[in-house]
Design a protein around this ligand. Structure first.
Ligand code: ATP
Ligand code: MG
Length: 265
């Protein structure tokens, strides 16, 4: 359910400007700015401590998980009548592995491979990977991309960061809701805005949302924003979140541009 539209058609700020608040006590808007909040340096050290702890346990946990996964595959072949159970085991092991990988991303020395990458391609890949989720939730995803920009970045990590921000926007949306993704080159920076018209973020939890393992959702690990923030920080970027409960959320990610970065499409 994704569409690439012209500038006129995409009115992403509509989430904030056009929609009257839905008869509720007037909510407070929140702003979180990774460059202006002092708590963020504390958060970074918390994240890297969490990541370092995971580095030491990851090896111990991953090896037995790989063995169990292999055995489950074997048993599924031997007992095709029980394939449903074994498939579930494999999926759960994969989910645990994914959490472990994301946790490892938080470590200070988490390996990072910089190459020249096209930002718009990374965003398209992240959007493609979330396609089935947008269908499931009947969320309409609109893209408006400025000219191609080449960044020196870790392609997979950057994609993971945008996937997490987009996933949050989709999860916060109601059925039939809209999510807007826009890139804009502003002199020496490129900005990526992800706007949703979802439930928004209450002021009472705004100071916690970037903490690892903080979640308001059932069954989610609560790692998405902390992983995204760490990755953006590792790329010299910044993150600003503006949200209004019951109206929506704007997440803006900015990266500095080298003088030669902008390329025509
Ligand atoms: N776009 C958004 N709209 C509303 N709430 C949001 C949005 N993005 C983040 N949040 C809030 O921040 C919390 C933390 O987000 P985060 O992505 O770190 O974890 P999660 O989405 O709960 O779990 P995970 O990303 O690990 O599946 C969410 O549980 C939600 O309460
Ligand atoms: Mg999330």
């Amino acid at each position: 359910m994704s569409k690439q539209l012209s500038d006129q058609t995409v009115q992403e700020e509509k989430a904030f400007s056009n929609q009257p608040p839905k008869k509720r006590p007037s909510p407070k808007s929140i702003t979180i700015n990774s460059q202006k909040t002092q708590d963020f340096s504390e958060l970074l050290s918390k994240l890297s401590l969490a990541g370092e702890m995971s580095t030491s346990i990851a090896h111990e946990v991953r090896n037995p998980m790989t063995t169990v996964r292999g055995l489950a595959q074997l048993l599924a072949m031997e007992h095709p009548e029980k394939i449903g159970y074994y498939q579930l085991m494999i999926e759960e092991i994969d989910r645990a592995n994914q959490v472990l990988s994301e946790f490892l991303c938080l470590a200070k020395n988490s390996p990072i491979t910089f190459t020249d990458v096209i930002l718009n391609d990374i965003l398209r890949r992240a959007i493609d990977l979330l396609y089935s989720r947008t269908l499931q939730q009947e969320v309409h995803l609109y893209m408006f991309f400025d000219d191609n920009v080449c960044l020196h970045a870790d392609e997979n990590k950057l994609m993971l960061a945008f996937m997490h921000i987009l996933k949050n926007a989709i999860e916060a949306s109601q059925r039939g809701g809209n999510v807007f993704v826009r890139t804009r080159i502003c002199s020496n920076e490129v900005k990526v805005r992800i706007v949703d018209e979802g439930i928004g973020i209450e002021e009472s939890i705004s100071h916690k949302i970037m903490e690892p393992f903080f979640t308001t959702k059932d069954g989610n690990p609560g790692l998405g924003l902390s992983v995204a923030y760490k990755i953006i920080e590792d790329h010299g970027g910044s993150l600003v979140i503006n949200s209004l409960p019951h109206i929506g959320t704007i997440v803006e990610v900015s990266f500095p541009l080298p003088a030669s970065a902008a390329e025509p499409e």
